[in-house]
Ligand binder design. Structure first.
Ligand code: AMP
Ligand code: ZN
Ligand code: FE
Ligand code: FE
Length: 272
């Protein structure tokens, strides 16, 4: 029962459509995966439909909310959320609207810096034109020759504190965890190993997080062991996934390389 519990599609900033992501994951030998797009639930239903044509491939409905705490970005994953609830639909609509406004604002800032990039160009790369993420802008900056890769685009322009950074509407950690719980879901702190302020992990535990993501491409062995220990101490479960966006790292796709055994997570196994 190996599952990738962290997958993005082109309904947020992933490259592949949900159907394509499902077939890719199935062909890697996974038994299932969670669709965890940033701030949107639109990729879930198409993935579920695509999985029906396969033998026993399970889709877990999920989402990844981007919060900010003490000026640091904190990502919270929600699993088994009732993605058809009006509350989830209303809040994710609001988040996507704010992203569109922010996208235009970022492009204006870049233009004012003399960088030639347009909303039209970005729109052409979007599969779903109601969602703009910074990775879309990063890809356009690469295409126009301003940077060599996504990392560079963030380091020079797009990251918090960099000249083209623009804030957007977000939920607090507390509101996010409560929203996930009201939606009948389980809340998991995403890639805690990359947090600069380690106190944020304890804060999330105090706020009632249910699990910690232990397996993640940006986690080293120490991070993984630390999360496993901490989870055991606080009676939380641990998850894992590839944070697949479709891009390759050093020529290799992370899909199929980062996963967990769902049988090890009784709280989640009981719900599939
Ligand atoms: P956004 O959701 O538009 O705020 O963009 C956040 C997304 O951009 C993250 O979920 C990552 O996929 C990506 N990202 C954020 N920071 C970086 C970074 N420093 N380098 C590369 N990708 C990043
Ligand atoms: Zn992303
Ligand atoms: Fe994330
Ligand atoms: Fe992610």
């Amino acid at each position: 029962m190996i599952f990738d519990l962290h997958v993005h599609t082109n309904f947020s900033d992933g490259i592949f459509a949900p159907e394509e992501a499902v077939y890719l994951a199935f062909n890697k030998g996974l038994n299932g995966m969670a669709i965890t797009d940033h701030d949107t639930i639109f990729g879930i239903e198409p993935a579920i439909q695509a999985s029906k044509s396969l033998n026993d491939f399970i889709i877990i409905p999920g989402i990844e909310f981007g919060c900010v705490h003490k000026d640091e970005e904190v990502h919270i994953l929600g699993y088994f959320i009732d993605y058809k609830s009006s509350e989830i639909i209303n809040i994710t609509n609001k988040l996507r609207e704010s992203r569109l406004k922010r996208g235009v604002h970022i492009i204006n800032k870049l233009n004012n810096m003399g960088i030639n990039i347009s909303l039209d160009q970005i729109n052409q790369t979007l599969s779903n034109n109601d969602y703009i993420g910074r990775p879309h802008i990063a890809r356009a900056l690469i295409e126009n020759g301003y940077v060599n890769n996504i990392q560079e685009a963030f380091n020079i322009y797009l990251d918090r504190g960099k000249p083209a950074y623009v804030e957007r509407y977000r939920l607090s950690i507390n509101d996010t965890i409560n929203l996930i719980h009201r939606s009948n879901g389980l809340a998991v702190l995403a890639h805690p190993g990359i947090l600069k302020q380690k106190g944020i992990i304890a804060y999330c535990i105090n706020m009632g997080i249910d699990g910690l993501e232990a397996i993640h491409p940006k986690h080293n062995k120490e991070n993984v062991l630390y999360m496993l220990n901490l989870a055991q101490k606080h009676n939380l479960f641990t998850t894992g996934g590839s944070d697949f966006h479709g891009d390759k790292t050093n020529g290799e796709s992370p899909l199929g390389k980062y996963y967990i055994n769902l049988n090890d997570i009784s709280t989640m196994k009981g719900r599939v």
